[in-house]
Design a binder for this molecule. Structure first.
Ligand code: PGA
Length: 245
């Protein structure tokens, strides 16, 4: 089973209209040879509309960073999966650790958001990952597999993506070692509830940079990367994409 690698850029709450030129810079970077992988960018919601068409021209899909469980209704400030699909998005991140921390999102809510994404025809990227305390106490795998079981919907593996993001590695400059990341990805695949785990794409996230991407992406169960800080720079995002196996 060959899984097509996926390199995703998560801009988080960064980016103004002046940053729409990122897509042109990326296009110029990729002119010399397109990496053999899917590319998806997750800009803030305010920039999605301005990036759909430029993204199409460069072969970059666009996604939302979050979605509401409901399709519509009295939920001031929220954006539904249907609205993202209507804009032309193909993916949505759900359950990022920053949303779990900042907004108290539970596994059950994350699962409801992933189900909403599927309902709207979007691919959810479901984020899971342990804290430093969990890792130091030796319970990282138990925590992450419990999150997987409670956050992932009952759906074919080919319709969802899992992102393993150890919280202690996000934005800190620390990454899991290639061996530790591979071990966790293998555990996630082993704990996928369906019998189609070989089709499940599992991304690694947490301080992925051009200089550590190659080692991570060469591991058999690491199918791509969810890149935060380094995705703000189109050249470093392209350099990471060029590391796909
Ligand atoms: P980082 O963020 O690459 O800046 O660590 C990754 C993420 O949170 O998705």
């Amino acid at each position: 089973m060959t899984r097509r690698p996926l390199i995703a850029g998560n801009w988080k709450m960064n980016g103004l209209r002046s940053d729409l030129a990122w897509m042109d810079t990326l296009g110029a970077e990729l002119e010399g040879g397109r990496p053999d992988c899917d590319l998806v960018l997750f800009p803030p919601a305010t920039l999605i509309g301005g990036l759909i068409e430029p993204g199409q021209a460069q072969g970059v899909s666009i996604g939302g960073q979050d979605c509401a469980p409901a399709a519509s209704g009295a939920h001031t400030g929220d954006i539904s999966a249907e609205m993202l699909a209507d804009l032309g998005c193909s993916h949505v991140i759900v359950g990022h650790s920053e949303r779990r921390a900042d907004h108290g999102e539970t596994d059950a809510q994350v699962r409801a958001k992933a189900e909403a994404a599927l309902r709207a025809g979007l691919t959810p990227i479901i984020c899971i990952g342990e804290t430093l305390d969990d890792r130091e106490a030796g319970r990282a795998e138990a925590v992450v597999t419990a999150q997987l079981q409670a956050s992932a919907p009952d759906a074919p593996a080919s319709l969802v993506v899992i992102a393993y993001e150890p919280i202690w590695a996000i934005g800190t400059g620390r990454t899991a070692s290639d061996d530790d990341a591979q071990a966790m990805h293998a555990a996630i695949r082993a704990n996928w509830r369906g019998d189609d785990a070989q089709a499940l794409r599992i991304l690694y996230g947490g301080s992925v940079k051009p200089d550590n991407a190659k080692g991570l992406l060469s591991r058999p169960d690491i199918d791509g990367a969810l890149v935060g800080g380094a995705s703000l720079d189109a050249q470093s995002f392209a350099a990471i994409a060029r590391c796909v196996r």
